[in-house]
Ligand binder design. Structure first.
Ligand SMILES: [Zn+2]
Ligand SMILES: [Zn+2]
Length: 376
């Protein structure tokens, strides 16, 4: 598995461009004896493995894409593709699922169907939605679906599993404020969109503090503000942009309404107007409590209950496995990638997936299948 992982690491591909990676995955699944389906969600691959005559089915999902980052590592398996890097460990995720597929295909000590889902374009390009739009769960029905992401701050040999909300739903907003351009020395002849944008940016801070219930967790960050090109010109328009995060669809809707209301209302108060565009790119990742319990039990059998963190902090980042979990109950698990020297955070140019985690991740998937689809 280490050789597979380093080969994938050396050849990173961005979302929906994973042609080498998905071909490598498909060829390997084929060689293990799985029924292979290419092109599910553009560059996605599904491998189907059946044993016995059981009707139960499971989905196991890994992501395959890399990031537009220039790798800073100098080890032998560093990226060969300029400006592309497996800086989120999806090379490891793909390898662990391949390892489980090879083992389960060779042993077939289960009764039912396992769908190995290799997803493209997790990093914000909509790979999960593309697979769902291609009929993922209609063509490959799953009673439950499981996925895994490495976590750098967690020691190798540890897992973290959380029931209920785990990772935030996330989105981006753009606000265009339109006023009336004028000479900078004669503001009374125009409507200044810069001052309106400044008031909107300030007023948006009340969405979390005044509209969202204090027991909920949410973020509204204004991260961009642009307007004007000259010292002596009041511009015609100004732009604001930012990101929002929340852990339930209900709070996401509340935030969306509040951002639109405040932006248009504040602008109207100044005699300007505002157009608001808010896109939720990610749903919140919510683990089914029973499936989380089951996944935690499998982890505990592998590494001992003391190395399974059952109440890890909420993660404000987002993950598109969330869209699969909205269709089919399941659980997303974190596997330790190591602390200290190997504890470099994901999306950092010095990151590398920890090969010592490979057998644990593969064993998690294999044991999960053999337990859930137990052959009688
Ligand atoms: Zn990532
Ligand atoms: Zn990732």
């Amino acid at each position: 598995m280490t050789a597979w992982r380093r080969d994938i690491h050396a050849h990173p591909e961005l979302g929906f461009q994973e042609t080498r990676t998905s071909e490598l995955v498909a060829a390997r699944l084929d060689s293990f004896g799985l029924d292979v389906h290419r092109g599910v969600g553009k560059t996605g691959v599904v491998g189907v493995l059946r044993a016995g005559s059981g009707k139960k089915s499971l989905g196991l999902r890994a992501d395959m894409d890399a990031l537009p980052i220039q790798e800073a590592n100098v080890f032998a398996h560093r990226s060969r593709n300029d400006g592309r890097m497996h800086a989120c460990g999806h090379d490891g995720h793909t390898t662990m699922l391949l390892g489980a597929a090879k083992y389960l295909a060779a042993t077939r000590a289960f009764d039912g169907t396992v769908n190995f889902i290799f997803q493209p374009a997790e990093e914000g390009l909509g790979g999960a939605q593309a697979m769902l739009a291609d009929g993922l769960f209609e063509r490959f029905p799953c009673d439950a679906v499981f996925g895994m992401h490495n976590r750098p701050s967690l020691p190798v040999g540890s897992f973290a599993v959380r029931a209920g909300p785990m990772m935030a739903g996330g989105g981006f907003f753009d606000i265009k404020v339109t006023g009336k351009g004028a000479h900078g020395a004669r503001p009374e002849t125009g409507i200044d969109p810069v001052i309106v944008a400044a008031h909107i940016a300030t007023a948006l801070q009340t969405v979390v503090s005044r509209n969202v219930a204090p027991v909920e967790t949410a973020v509204v960050s204004v991260t961009r503000i642009q307007g004007g090109d000259a010292y002596n010109v009041i511009p015609q328009s100004a732009l604001l942009g930012g990101t929002v995060r929340a852990f339930s669809r209900k709070v996401m809707d509340q935030i969306g309404e509040a951002v639109a209301r405040i932006a248009t209302g504040v602008a109207a108060g100044f005699g300007a107007s505002a157009e608001v565009d808010l896109n939720w790119g990610f749903a919140p990742t919510v683990n089914d409590p029973a499936e989380a319990e089951f996944a935690a039990r499998i982890c505990a059998e592998l590494v001992g209950p003391g190395r399974v963190e059952r109440n890890p902090p909420l993660i404000m980042a987002s993950e598109d496995f969330s869209f699969m979990l909205e269709k089919v109950p399941g659980c997303y698990v974190n596997i330790g990638n190591g602390e200290g020297e190997s504890g470099c955070e994901v999306h950092n140019p010095g990151y590398d997936f920890n090969d010592r985690a490979l057998p644990l991740g593969a064993a998690f998937f294999a044991r999960l299948v053999e337990t859930r689809l137990r052959a009688s």
